[in-house]
Design a binder for this molecule. Structure first.
Ligand code: FAD
Length: 395
């Protein structure tokens, strides 16, 4: 007696996968270390690509999102004290949706647990994976509902959706797994301000003192980023210093001053990427940040997590309802095509953001050339818009 699929992790990847499996009448259990209240509040991403929203919509998972998300049609680069608006909607007819990750997670939990009656267990501890190289794997855990006893869930497949700090990636045998990693050697101070956005769009400040970003999240909340040394202590950044630095890096002729507000999140991200290949071992399939992390340079991570969930759900449903293995066999390759494409774009964009502050006149020169090209060459602009908005092809 068991359940076809155990999903480890209730982030965007695990919850989307759970919802799609439920809709296809494939039973699953989702295990999550945190509480429901915690995951419904954890601030992180906010930018969703149009293809991802359309895919959520096709599966009945975008009702709230379509009502509440803001549509963004342009972004703006600021460098040399000037503003350069990039109207990507005019060029492509496509736009970004801005919908904070905690709202998406809240919608997905509600749909999975409250509407579709899905089994989700919060607050689990010490999750372990067993017998992955057999056709009877299992997952065990302890937690408040087990009274301290270890509970075992037998299953046919395990989905590792437990993010960058989970346990499932470690279950891949080291000899058969390659983890390709890239460190940018820089930090970003990630800030969430209870302040209305200071512009109707995303702003990228490419400044000799370092990058600064302004990302509207809602009419009341704005995400800001400041480039800083990796491993920097957030305590080095009192509010006055943060706002002075944001103002100087994002300032430009004709731009109104930034609207200040209390900083409700302040943490340093050491910017790095990784890609795990292959993304599967035996009956374990990784999805989302568990398999690949992309630094938040181009706002791609949540989109890649959703992409994996759609692919893996189709593949598991085909296997479990029709005995068709082709989706599972091709899962990693199909996921990684988009992953590597987005990694490459993030590297390219990183140089645009950080080149001016590299302390290297050559890199500063090529960075400005890259930026100018976006505003002088229609072909370069079209290529940028396509990558910024994400590959439009159906997942
Ligand atoms: P997660 O969201 O990390 O979910 C994993 C879940 O697994 C968590 O709930 C965790 O608690 C749980 N878990 C962990 N370990 C275990 C365990 N052992 N057992 C059970 N459960 C476990 N992406 C974008 O697309 N756009 C953006 O604008 C953007 N901005 C970002 C800004 C910041 C500051 C950060 C940090 C990230 C940003 N990202 C962005 C990336 C995005 O947040 C992630 O890529 C996304 O959350 C990945 O989803 P996931 O489901 O794979 O993993």
């Amino acid at each position: 007696q068991g359940v076809p699929v155990v999903i480890i992790g209730a982030g965007p990847a695990g919850l989307t996968l759970g919802n799609l499996l439920r809709a296809a009448s494939v039973d699953c259990v989702v295990l999550e270390t945190e509480s429901r209240a915690f995951i419904e509040r954890r601030p992180r991403a906010g930018v969703l690509e149009e293809w991802a929203v359309r895919a959520l919509e096709r599966h009945g998972l975008a009702d709230q999102l379509l009502k509440r998300a803001e549509r963004h049609t342009a972004c703006e680069f600021r460098f040399d004290g000037r503003r350069y608006r990039f109207p990507y909607h005019e060029l492509t007819g496509r736009h970004h949706f801005v919908y904070p990750q905690p709202l998406l997670v809240t919608d997905l939990v509600r749909e999975y647990a409250d509407v579709r009656g899905g089994d989700i267990r919060f607050g689990v501890q010490d999750v372990r994976l067993h017998d992955l190289d057999t056709d009877r794997p299992s997952v065990s855990y302890t937690g408040p509902e087990t009274g301290g006893e270890r509970r075992v869930l037998r299953c046919a497949f395990v989905a590792g959706c437990d993010g960058a700090r989970g346990v499932t990636r470690a279950a891949l045998p080291p000899g058969r797994t390659r983890i390709a990693r890239h460190d940018y050697g820089i930090g970003w101070l990630a800030l969430l301000a209870e302040a209305p956005p200071s512009s109707d769009c995303v702003l990228f400040g490419c400044h000799p003192r370092g990058f600064a970003g302004h990302m509207p999240r809602s009419p009341e909340v704005t995400r800001y980023y400041l480039q800083c040394p990796p491993g920097d202590d957030p305590e080095n950044w009192p509010e006055d210093r943060v706002w002075a630095e944001l103002q100087s890096r994002l300032g430009a002729a004709g731009a109104p001053p930034l609207t200040r507000g209390p900083l409700v999140e302040k943490r340093v991200l050491d910017m790095h990427d990784y890609v795990v290949e292959p993304m599967a071992y035996g009956r374990l399939y990784l999805a989302g940040d568990a398999a690949h992390l992309v630094a938040p340079i181009a706002a791609k991570g949540m989109n890649l997590a959703l992409h994996d969930a759609f692919l893996l759900a189709d593949a598991l449903i085909a296997r479990l309802t029709e005995g068709d293995d082709r989706g599972l066999d091709g899962y990693g390759e199909a996921s990684l095509r988009r992953v590597w494409d987005y990694q490459e774009f993030s590297q390219w964009l990183s140089e645009v953001y950080h080149g001016a502050a590299a302390g290297d006149a050559f890199r500063a020169g090529t960075t400005v050339a890259r930026l100018r090209r976006l505003f002088t060459s229609p072909v370069a602009a079209a290529a940028f818009a396509e990558q910024y908005l994400g590959t439009a092809e159906r997942y």
